[in-house]
Write a protein of this length. Structure first.
Length: 420
């Protein structure tokens, strides 16, 4: 197990007893997971502020503070790949867009009936913004997902009103299918919508019943597999259904509660280190955070020219505790809320309920440089690393996706802590 060293910490001049909910890079990005080198991060916190700070000093950037971005802010997302515009949302039912160059409000959207918002995703290339509602009280009830076209944002273009019955905790766009939207909820469901179809029944392309409240979910690059993390620390992998109804769908890969398996007390999220996924797991009693690599083994199959080529085994995601990286000390006894890794500088950044941002440096010998002549062994299948790097490029789908029926069950468990 590799160890990182803490090289800095800062409270970003926050008021006492503040939580930092989320951090993200302001660097130019190639897609939703790949960035140029990061010199500045953005953060939202429980004082309803949006702050920009320098990654080398962890100090606020000049004119880097926006106060009262929302009443009870819950969400922070980038809007554009250039890193100029950032969106926040909150329980006030507003989505606000802030231009970092002028530190000013440039656009505002309002949820119907001012419903409180708990999740957000943006895509400037799709001219789309989606937001999910927090269901107040004990529920169940309708928890809508709204989608706006930013070219005509006076009201939502699409409303999915009946597909979830509790707070929406996750929204993600598919990276290569522009119309596919993933939603996760504390009702235990992950839904895949085709937002090009305004009718909710027709738009509902797939329903996944995770069986417990969803904390995080997303598509795994470059495959069409989906990971789902429950608030009870359960981890599962599911397949995005094939548009061909006659195709046999692989069975879900369910790991169940991973706390005993990974020696942790809570799971933060899946963290991308360049194009490789890691599961960030923490312990507040032992005071550490581990980054556990997730890997997909390959098998050799016959290629079109008669030779052997590697092919990924769908949903057979595994984790390798021996290759974990530990951040000793973590955030003490407090829960870590978010993690960002800048692969260019070999530095990881964390934030948490202690109101601190911390920087961790990868030792020089453990920086993730890929040498083409080296090989890696994945569960007994030896695969050249240059092939793995090539596989990181998003794959184009050749089939048009059409919906097929899916049954949905609804089961809900209490959250371990609020997702914002």
């Amino acid at each position: 197990m590799g160890l990182l060293e803490q090289i800095g910490s800062s409270d970003l001049s926050l008021p006492p007893n503040s939580y930092i909910y989320k951090i993200l890079s302001t660097a130019r990005r190639y897609d939703s997971i790949s960035y140029t080198e990061t010199s500045e991060l953005a953060a939202i916190s429980s004082d309803d502020s949006l702050r920009f700070f320098d990654t080398s000093s962890l100090r606020l950037s000049p004119n880097g503070l926006l106060k009262n971005v929302n009443k009870s802010v819950t969400c922070l997302e980038r809007f554009d790949n250039e890193g100029h515009v950032y969106a926040t949302a909150g329980r006030d039912g507003l989505i606000r867009f802030w231009d970092k160059r002028t530190m000013s409000l440039v656009m505002e959207l309002q949820s119907p009936r001012n419903q409180p918002l708990s999740s957000l995703v943006c895509s400037s290339s799709k001219n789309a913004v989606a937001a999910g509602v927090e269901l107040e009280g004990n529920g169940p009830g309708d928890a809508p997902v709204f989608v706006w076209d930013t070219r005509n944002a006076s009201s939502p273009k699409v409303e999915f009103l009946e597909s979830h019955t509790d707070t929406i905790t996750e929204l993600q766009f598919h990276r290569s299918e522009p119309s596919l939207l993933l939603s996760g909820s504390t009702d235990g469901l992950v839904n895949i919508f085709d937002i090009a179809k305004p009718d909710e029944e027709e738009a509902l392309y797939q329903v996944i019943n995770h069986g417990s409240a969803v904390h995080h979910a997303d598509f795994l690059n470059p495959s069409n597999d989906i990971y789902v993390l429950g608030t009870d620390e359960t981890l599962s992998f599911y397949a995005l259904q094939d548009p061909d109804e006659s195709a046999e769908e692989p069975a879900p890969n369910n790991y169940g509660d991973v706390r005993a398996k990974m020696g942790c007390e809570y799971v933060v999220k899946v963290v991308w280190v360049d194009t490789e996924p890691y599961l960030a797991v923490g312990s507040h009693s032992s005071q550490h955070l581990n980054l556990v690599p997730l890997q997909q083994p390959f098998q050799w199959v016959q290629g079109p020219d008669g030779g052997k080529i590697p092919e990924d085994i769908r949903l057979n995601w595994t984790y390798d505790l021996s290759r974990s990286t530990r951040l000793p000390g973590g955030h003490g006894e407090e829960i870590i809320r978010d993690v960002f890794s800048d692969v260019h500088s070999g530095t990881a950044f964390t934030c948490g309920e202690d109101g601190q941002v911390r920087a961790w440096k990868f030792p020089q010998t453990e920086e993730m440089d890929v040498e083409p002549e080296e090989e890696s062994n994945f569960e007994g299948y030896e695969v050249p690393l240059e092939f793995l790097v090539q596989q990181a490029a998003p794959k184009e789908r050749t089939k048009k996706i059409e919906p097929k029926s899916a049954s949905k069950g609804k089961e809900k468990k209490k959250q371990r802590y609020n997702p914002y």
